[in-house]
Design a binder for this molecule. Structure first.
Ligand code: NAD
Length: 432
């Protein structure tokens, strides 16, 4: 077993730290957010991720997982120092690496000789080499940098961490790369040891490809509406071809979350900055930006002007199974609806009454955040924006009684059209 340090106790850092501690490693988890560290020390986890809180509690109490805000407490003993800080995009559209460089500058003088810095964050090609150069510039000829991009999906992060479809480690020294992969003690998981730039680009290109598939099917969905086709049938038919497959081929409100939008943008900006022409990436992004308009059109066809109309938006989280609201397409839609003059009420199973005011302030635009009953009471229309099972399986006849209007826009194309019709509601899908 090894001594590890993980920098950044967000989704990626916390899941990795908890799983590595569960395997038996001694893990120090460092975050600059002292209140988060305090909560973690008490075994309390801020994010909703199945199985995570149990793992954290067990390993905090058995002493293998230590949360700290102090680099000096964590770094000197660690054989591997893993960074999982956020890498958003900046105003210039490029990945903003300030948090990463801040972390590297803090840990460089503290790393033990022979230790490896492992970047878990999603970073543009060239970052691992730049990190190693930064270590050298800090006088550290005796430590090394590698990258192991994280691929898990929120909502199933712990499950994905235990058995990922593949692991990619980018490290010029293959033996060192293999030793990093070994820390997870995984069997039967395909491992690719490669150069850092390959690993970095494979991660970004994977996210960009998934985003492009979603935008592709959304563009076809708009045409399905024109020609009287049903995009769910079309996508199903396409997905049966093993060359295509059915995942990430669901038309609807588009992609959101803390990864796909910024990684498409970051990769596209790096391409452009280096003389490339990111036509496909830019198109994927532009199609996605326009998705709220498909909902506005659907509502407009039935309600006319939205000015003064009350619209209940079901869903705030960027996808079901998580409380993460970062770059949520549901929020983008709610704001766009509010900009038309509609009165918007949003609801989400992860936002309780205690948090509703704060979430409303975070969303802005005068959008009310409330529970499902209050959101739908007297509403002129309902939009399903996040496909939580509790929304998909709603008691539609009961809901219909609370509404003032009949229109339900299924912005994820997951509702049972028949069930809604039977409840006297008007079903509006996106491209069906
Ligand atoms: P996050 O924002 O949830 O967590 C980042 C954490 O790092 C925060 O707790 C922050 O306080 C801390 N931090 C910032 N600067 C620090 C510093 N100098 N020292 C110590 N702690 C510091 O981020 P995340 O969602 O976990 O994403 C992290 C990285 O992983 C990003 O590059 C992201 O693109 C990538 N990634 C995320 C996911 C995901 O599903 N969230 C999946 C795969 C990859």
């Amino acid at each position: 077993m090894s001594r590890l340090a993980v920098i950044g106790a967000g989704y990626v850092g916390l899941v990795n730290a908890a799983c590595l501690a569960e395997i038996g490693h001694d893990v120090a988890l460092v975050d600059v957010d002292r209140s988060k560290v305090e909560r973690l020390r008490g075994g309390s986890v801020d994010i909703l991720e199945p199985g995570l809180e149990e793992l954290v509690r067990a390993n905090v109490s058995n002493g293998r997982l230590l949360a700290t805000a102090d680099y000096e407490e964590a770094i000197p003993a660690a054989e591997y120092v893993m960074t999982a800080v956020s890498t958003p995009v900046g105003e210039d559209g490029l990945h903003d690496l300030r948090a990463l460089w801040g972390a590297v500058d803090s840990l460089a003088p503290l790393m033990s000789s022979g230790a490896t810095l492992v970047l878990l964050s999603t970073v543009p090609p060239g970052t691992t080499d730049a990190a190693e150069a930064r270590l050298r510039a800090a006088g550290r000829e005796d430590v090394f940098a590698a990258v192991q991009p994280e691929f898990f999906q929120e909502g199933r992060a712990v499950q994905d961490a235990w058995s990922p479809p593949r692991v990619i480690v980018g490290c010029r020294d293959r033996a060192r790369g293999a030793a990093i992969a070994q820390l997870w003690r995984r069997e039967d998981v395909p491992l690719l040891l490669t150069d850092p730039a390959n690993a970095e680009l494979a991660k970004l290109a994977s996210n960009a490809y998934l985003a492009a598939r979603i935008s592709f099917i959304n563009e076809v969905a708009d045409h399905a509406a024109r020609v009287g086709a049903d995009i769910t049938e079309v996508a199903h038919a396409m997905g049966l071809d093993p060359r295509i497959g059915s995942r990430y081929l669901s038309a609807g409100l588009g992609f959101g979350g803390s990864c796909l939008p910024k990684d498409v943008q970051g990769l596209s900006s790096q391409m452009r900055a280096m003389g490339g022409e990111p036509r496909m990436l830019d198109a994927a992004f532009a199609v996605n930006q326009a998705r709220p308009e498909a909902v506005i059109r659907g509502l407009g066809e039935h309600l006319g002007s939205l000015e003064g109309k009350t619209v209940a938006v079901l869903g705030i989280a960027f996808k079901p199974g998580t409380s993460d609201r970062r770059e949520s397409a549901a929020i983008t839609l709610a704001r766009r609806l509010a900009s038309t003059g509609a009165r918007v009420r949003a609801t989400d199973p992860t936002v309780g009454p205690d948090e509703a005011g704060a979430v409303a302030a975070e969303i802005g635009g005068g959008i009310e955040v409330t529970d499902l009953t209050a959101a739908t009471e007297g509403a002129d229309a309902v939009v399903l924006a996040t496909e939580w099972p509790e929304f998909v399986d709603l008691d539609w006849p009961r809901l219909a009684q609370r509404l003032a209007g009949q229109v339900v826009v299924d912005a994820r194309n997951v509702l049972d059209r028949e069930a809604l019709h039977n409840a006297g509601l008007t079903y509006v899908g996106l491209g069906r």
